[in-house]
Design a binder for this molecule. Structure first.
Ligand SMILES: Cc1cc2nc3c(=O)[nH]c(=O)nc-3n(C[C@H](O)[C@H](O)[C@H](O)COP(=O)(O)O)c2cc1C
Length: 191
């Protein structure tokens, strides 16, 4: 089924996944995208509601427009929480790091577990991407801009849908070292 994939166990994929922030110009094929969406919709889903819907953006100019719109909005968010703007004030900074594809996981439902379902779908998609030698990264910095009416219209996303998870995809340029994790904080481990 996979056009290109690496033989790896689920645990190996979990350890191999990284947020990739540098991409080649190689496009992600539609076939690969359909495989990744199939992986996404096999995530657990509360009450079996399958609340997700997907938007896939591969138009370079559209990606640039979203990045340009997102940066000042995200700087405001950073300032509200007393954080430095970092690279988000740089005119040439692309919040999508040159990735060729942006996948949006959306929902028009508002139930208690909708966000959980969409994030679980996101992790399925990113692990499957890793096994297909694709890089991925969640781009939370784009979320406010993506949910503005103007951008939703540009993306043909009906207004009743919210964008919950933006994920970039592409072929990694170079290696990304693993980012360290603390040991699990175990509060209780009963016999
Ligand atoms: C909700 C969420 C939002 C994120 N937003 C961004 C973002 O806007 N830009 C970015 O470069 N990375 C973003 N990341 C990626 C994290 O920075 C990354 O997962 C973390 O540094 C750990 O690195 P790793 O995923 O390679 O293990 C986001 C991750 C999550 C879960």
């Amino acid at each position: 089924m996979l056009e290109t994939h690496v033989e790896m166990t689920v645990f190996e994929a979990i350890l191999a996944r990284r947020c990739v922030r540098s991409y080649t110009a190689q496009a992600v094929s539609l076939n690969a995208i359909h495989i990744l969406l199939e992986a996404a919709v096999h995530a657990p889903t509360a009450l079996h509601e399958e609340p997700w819907a997907f938007a896939i953006i591969r138009d370079k100019q559209l990606l640039k427009d979203i990045s340009d719109r997102a940066k000042p909005l995200f700087v405001q968010e950073l300032q509200r929480t007393g954080r430095a703007p970092g690279r988000f004030t740089e005119p040439n900074f692309d919040i999508f790091y040159g990735a060729s594809t942006l996948v949006l996981i959306c929902s028009k439902q508002t139930g208690h577990f909708v966000a959980a379902d969409c994030w679980l779908a996101a992790e399925n998609l990113m692990l499957a991407a890793c096994a297909m030698e694709l890089g991925s990264c969640v781009i939370g910095a784009a979320l406010t801009a993506l949910n503005t009416p103007n951008i939703k219209v540009k993306l043909n996303i009906p207004e009743e849908f919210s964008i919950i998870v933006p994920i970039i995809l592409g072929y990694p340029s170079g290696d990304t070292p693993p980012s360290p994790r603390r040991k699990p904080l175990i509060l209780t481990l009963t016999s």
